[in-house]
Design a protein around this ligand. Structure first.
Ligand SMILES: Nc1ncnc2c1ncn2[C@@H]1O[C@H](COP(=O)(O)OP(=O)(O)OP(=O)(O)O)[C@@H](O)[C@H]1O
Length: 251
């Protein structure tokens, strides 16, 4: 049996004293690609943010690679790309500099970069199809290319688990295709991916399992759900994101 990389049990999270996740279970084993789906505000980002230790749990347990979150130290094993961030943030850094920053988790700050570090950075940039842009300032790239820079930064530490929150949101089709190729290479080496998606796009063939959240609860965990399963909420629950999802996966 493959080892659990992410093991979340009975997770409750409160934000602003309001329960946002109510007893969520989520298991992702080595080599799996699992996607979190669900309507806007159903708790997907909160679940990934709690899983990587950015949001405290009110109850329940999170284990990463078999270790309880509070004792977990091997953060280089996890590459996390948050939702809707920009790589530019007013800093005129080049693609290579931003990606190299992701390598710091692998080495101490004051040890000079070694050949292996430089190669890992080159490899991560190639992985996302930006080798010809490596010397450019990220501020001059498109939103989709900036998103790929952040994915390369997460990949530069050669993590065993990639956690991506809506990597394709607002990203042009070409960048989505480049990202799908990068992800295929990443999973071909037996590594694990947990990602939040609204629109499967070119990623659908890579995904092993879908977990659907509704109002902070898991309502489906298994093969990618059919449109009827994702659209069965009460009429007043129907919203744009559900339509996005159905259209992206089956349109
Ligand atoms: N910092 C916060 N403080 C208070 N409430 C929050 C905070 N962040 C999120 N929430 C609330 O928690 C609930 C879940 O939000 P979350 O962002 O996890 O959902 P989501 O499924 O990722 O949504 P989206 O698809 O819009 O990204 C929502 O009701 C949201 O309003």
């Amino acid at each position: 049996m493959r080892a659990a990389v992410v093991d979340v049990r009975g997770l409750r999270v409160d934000l602003d004293d309001r329960p946002v996740l109510h007893g969520v279970d989520l298991k992702v084993v080595e080599g799996e690609v699992v996607t979190l789906l669900g309507a806007n505000g159903s708790g997907k980002s909160t679940l990934v943010r709690t899983t990587v230790g950015l949001v405290p749990a009110a109850a329940g347990e999170v284990r990463l690679f078999g270790t309880p979150l509070k004792s977990f130290r091997d953060w280089w094993r996890i590459g996390y790309v948050p939702q809707r961030t920009t790589a530019a943030a007013g800093v005129p850094a080049t693609v290579r500099e931003v990606v190299a920053a992701g390598r710091l988790a692998r080495r101490s700050l004051f040890r000079p970069a070694r050949k292996a570090d430089r190669e890992a950075v080159d490899h991560a940039i190639e992985l996302v199809g930006l080798a010809d842009q490596a010397g450019r300032s990220v501020a001059n790239l498109s939103g989709g290319q900036q998103q790929r820079v952040l994915i390369a930064r997460a990949a530069a530490s050669e993590p065993d688990l990639l956690v991506l929150d809506e990597p394709n949101a607002g990203v042009d089709h070409r960048s989505q295709e480049a990202f799908a190729r990068a992800l295929r290479t990443f999973v071909a080496s037996g590594r694990t991916v947990l990602l939040v998606l609204h629109d499967m796009g070119p990623l659908a063939p890579l995904v092993d399992r879908g977990v659907v959240l509704d109002s902070g609860r898991v309502v489906h965990d298994g093969p990618l759900p059919t449109p009827s399963m994702t659209l069965t909420g009460p009429p007043d629950h129907h919203d744009d994101h559900r339509e996005d999802y159905g259209a992206g996966l089956f349109g």
